[in-house]
Structure formats: structure tokens, C-alpha cells
Design a protein. Sequence first.
Length: 134
Amino acid sequence: QIDEAGLGAQLKRCMKVEGIGTLTGARLLASFQRGDFRNADAFIAFLGLDLRISDSGKKKGRRCLTKRGDSEARRLLHNAAMAASRTSAWKGFYEALRGRGLSTTQALVALARKLARVVFALLKNQSEYSPKAV
């Protein structure tokens, strides 16, 4: 069905990113097609991967995901981040996050957000993925 819609090239472009497979690429492509996003932050918010910050005065509150978007896309991105964290292209990024003191889940969410930003840039600019740019 993706090729019938003329989106086969877009899906292949997404799948060149390490960790992004057929299901994740198709879901991100469908999410990208649903809206006209100004920037990657809007796309991240649409997926529900943006942070809810509850600070007040000197109190620094808990930070958690808004989870306002597509829960299946978040699940697929989390799985993609787990796969990407083991690849040579993303392992350094993941280990740097862990070295900063982030928990495993926090580091995987940060990596999932990064993967979503890369896919957004590829789809928005119609460009090809080059791992060295990451």
C-alpha cells in the first residue's frame, strides 16, 4: 500500500537510519503526513515525546513525557532506540547520555527523540541520510 501511495522512496529514506525498520518508518511517515510541522519540535510534540516541566519559583519539579501523541509511534521509536543504541553510529551518543547520569530509560527516550528529529529532517528536506552528519 505504501508504494501505491507513492511513498516507497520516503520509506526507504527513513529506513536508512540505523534502528529504524519498516514498521517504525511507516508509522513515522504516516505521522509526518498528518500535519504540516514548522520544525522538528512540533513533530516531537505531535508524537508525545516532549517534556512536561512543572517548575515553580525555586522548586524544580519532576519532568516527564506529555504522552499526548500516538502511543504506538512512541513504542516503535523506543524499540528503534534500543536497536540503535547497539549500532556503531549511535552507541557513542547513547553512552554519553548514560555517562551524564541519565537512567537507561531516559537515555533511550533522548535517543528516540534524536531519531525522530533525524527522520523529520530527512522527510522535510527530501535529503539522503549520511551517518557522519549525526
